[in-house]
Design a protein around this ligand. Structure first.
Ligand SMILES: Cc1ncc(COP(=O)(O)O)c(C=O)c1O
Length: 434
């Protein structure tokens, strides 16, 4: 093992050995090399005559660039666009995101957590977590309504065994008891569990109530107290899009510093929250169980995350980080975000009103939804995939079939005025096939 990895592991062993136990074999081996990047950083400070370290081309005291590109990006200083961004992301962006997290998550105030590290959006954050914490055969606990890509990232790439629990009770609430049962079983069998909770949920569009959120946190704490190490991941991809009476902050704030055997990880980003999907800018933030400042654990995790970033992608795109900084600093940012929120909320509430008309009750019920981009129909009379294909071929309407009964509808991309017509068509298509 590399001496730098040993050093980081010693920091974990001395300050929270449970976190060391949670790491995968790869996670234990990870370190951030003191190679070219460290030497370049040193030279940036001291090499005032000639700096011949950096792996870019320079000209006139700045990065070399092509004018045909700069012409389109002339509002930006070339130094904020063309050079590599630091491996953990631009410091200004990390500071602005910390501020934003604290503003929007009251439970996170007064907690100890790492500086968010910039990722190539949430998918990359998920794969960092899989690399750092998942060994072949580890259990990943998920509700049965889940984003399908988790199977690829955690199952196919890292060999996790997915343990699912039913998302909803028959009464239509989040099934906290089912979650707890699966978590307890994993605790007994493995002594280690990776819990992945995504709210607002894709595909259901559900965020738990405050009481359900508290019950989830209490269940995780109880199982940790019984001696199980738990990596508790909050996938907050759709954070902020809470339209009704649900929890309006991340569970991360409540899981942070809760118990030495709970490592809370927050994955979030600008992609969906700021409507910049293609920019690929996200964050990973860690909080272990220590309720007093425990910098060595957070430093070790940060260095290991930077190591896997360096190994897989070297660093994240610089222009998108600059654009995100500009947005977060803009005096219009909050107002403009609120305008878009109201549009999406209008679509969600209209969807519910249309579905509650009683008109479609013979064809489907729907799963509870109160947030995010999506909702799911539960079909009564036709197969979801058959309906999806028929809708496309006969009516030119696209949805996503999930399993035999569920059809996911992204109300986020249907104008409010078109929502009635959309469901009328889906109903007609179901009648055609019934
Ligand atoms: C629940 C969930 N997590 C993560 C992602 C990935 O987000 P990103 O585009 O930021 O990688 C998605 C995207 O569809 C998602 O639905």
């Amino acid at each position: 093992m590399n001496p730098l990895a040993i050093e980081l592991n010693d920091m974990l062993a001395q300050n929270n050995p449970h976190v060391l136990e949670m790491l995968s074999d790869l996670g234990k081996n990870l370190f951030f090399p003191k190679g070219i990047l460290t030497q370049s950083a040193e030279a940036k400070e001291k090499a005032h005559k000639f700096n011949a370290t950096i792996g870019i081309a320079t000209e006139n005291g700045g990065p070399m660039y092509l004018q045909c590109i700069q012409d389109k990006l002339s509002a930006f200083d070339p130094k904020d666009i063309y050079p590599y961004a630091p491996p953990a992301g631009k410091p200004e962006l990390r500071a602005l995101w910390t501020e934003k997290m604290l503003r929007e998550n009251p439970s996170q105030k007064g907690k100890f957590f790492s500086n968010p590290i910039v990722t190539n959006a949430l998918t990359h954050g998920l794969s960092i977590v899989a690399d750092m914490f998942v060994d072949k055969g580890d259990h990943l606990i998920l509700p049965d309504m889940l984003w399908g890509n988790y199977n690829l990232t955690f199952g196919t790439c890292s060999g996790a065994v997915v343990q699912k629990f039913p998302t909803f009770t028959t009464a239509g609430g989040f099934d906290v008891n089912a979650f707890k049962t699966v978590l307890k079983n994993t605790a007994e069998e493995k002594g280690k569990a990776i819990v992945l909770l995504n709210f607002p949920n894709n595909p259901s569009g559900y965020t738990p109530t405050v009481a359900e959120g508290d019950a989830l946190v209490a269940a995780i704490k109880e199982v940790a107290e019984s001696g199980c190490n738990i990596v508790a991941i909050s996938d907050d991809a759709y954070f902020g899009l809470f339209y009704e009476d649900s929890l309006k902050e991340s569970l991360f704030g409540k899981l942070a510093n809760l118990h030495p055997r709970i490592l809370a990880i927050k994955l979030d980003g600008a992609t969906k929250e700021e409507f910049v999907w293609g920019f690929r800018t996200g964050f990973i933030t860690f909080a272990d169980g220590n309720s007093k400042e425990n910098a060595p654990v957070l430093t070790a995790l940060e260095k290991k995350a930077m190591g896997i970033i360096r190994a897989r992608i070297s660093n994240c795109p610089h222009p998108s980080q600059t654009f995100a900084i500009e947005a977060l600093r803009s005096p219009d940012f909050l107002k403009q975000k609120e305008e878009k929120f109201q549009i999406l909320k209008g679509r969600a509430l209209k969807t519910k009103a249309v579905l509650n008309s009683g008109k479609y009750d013979s064809a489907w019920t729907y799963y509870p939804f109160n947030s995010g981009y999506f909702m799911c129909l539960k079909l009564k009379t036709v197969d979801a995939e058959k309906l999806r294909v028929h809708l496309l071929n006969k009516y030119g309407v696209g949805g996503i079939s999930i399993g035999k009964t569920d059809l996911r509808i992204a109300f986020s991309c249907i104008d409010e005025k078109d929502i009635q017509e959309l469901f009328d068509i889906i109903y007609q298509a179901a009648q055609d096939l019934a």
